[in-house]
Ligand binder design. Structure first.
Ligand code: MN
Length: 272
């Protein structure tokens, strides 16, 4: 009888552990003028639809604050937003550079650095992809229409709804992205005028647009990071099962965090 009791306890504990949903931190936009932090509900709903618990992460004021919050979550989404500050990849500003958000760049870099140190799963989206590349030592085209060698480029800053795919991307078969999606070609939305130029060491390009623009990078196996130039959360919010897979993958990677910790070689450039 006693043994049966403990067997029941064990079964209940296992069920409890299985049912535990991972916490997915979402980096937020920061507006100094509004004194506010915010993020589109597309990200929140995409995480919910994939079985995760979304948690919004406000601007981290220093690396310790970033480490403390990352310690509490199981995975991290670096969300979209402004252009990345070009000083972070050693360039002067091109004439067509958009607005930058230095405080947010710092915060996102600290969050990413902590996530990598702790082996937490990361999904970078749009600016999150660009910032990941820059943080690990890559560079960006500051403005595709004026800088990309294969001109004219496709319309990467779409004027239609984000729920409408606007261009295709070709996916590398030997990639985690292909394992998730199972398709060599994907139709995606596009809200960017910057893109990866030199890919960061230990990352590889896993999707490109027909004009040659880099559309996705990943850091496996060294870094638990997938980063996309498009916005799958628009489709996932609507319940699109194929695109929810991107977020289910994040949730799965978050549940089985890599036990091996990485010490990323991230240097904060002196800019002031
Ligand atoms: Mn694009």
């Amino acid at each position: 009888m006693k043994r049966m009791f403990w067997s029941m306890v064990l079964v209940m504990t296992c069920i409890g552990a299985m049912a535990q949903k991972p916490l997915i931190g979402i980096s937020t936009g920061y507006s100094a003028s509004d004194n506010s932090a915010s993020v589109r509900f597309t990200y929140v709903d995409a995480v919910v639809n994939a079985g995760g618990i979304p948690v919004l992460i406000p601007l981290a004021k220093d690396s310790l604050a970033a480490a403390e919050v990352i310690n509490k979550v199981d995975g991290l989404i670096l969300s979209g937003g402004e252009d990345v500050y070009p000083f972070f990849y050693g360039e002067e500003p091109a004439g067509a550079l958009g607005g930058v958000n230095y405080e947010r760049d710092l915060s996102d870099r600290w969050l990413l650095q902590s996530a990598v140190k702790m082996g937490k799963a990361v999904l970078g989206i749009c600016r999150g992809e660009q910032l990941t590349n820059v943080t690990f030592g890559g560079t960006l085209y500051q403005d595709l229409p004026s800088q990309f060698p294969n001109r004219p480029v496709l319309q990467h800053g779409q004027r239609s709804s984000g729920t409408l795919p606007i261009h295709h991307v070709n996916v590398e078969k030997d990639s985690h992205l292909y394992e998730i999606m199972g398709q060599e070609q994907l139709a995606v939305n596009s809200f960017h005028h910057q893109a990866v130029k030199d890919v960061a060491p230990d990352f590889k390009v896993v999707a490109t647009a027909p004009d040659g623009v880099v559309e996705a990078i990943e850091g496996f196996p060294k870094y638990n990071i997938l980063a996309l130039q498009w916005h799958p959360e628009y489709f996932a919010q609507q319940g699109n099962k194929q695109w929810i897979k991107i977020f289910e993958d994040l949730v799965q990677r978050a549940v089985v965090n890599k036990p091996v910790l990485n010490e990323p070689n991230i240097k904060q450039p002196k800019i002031r």
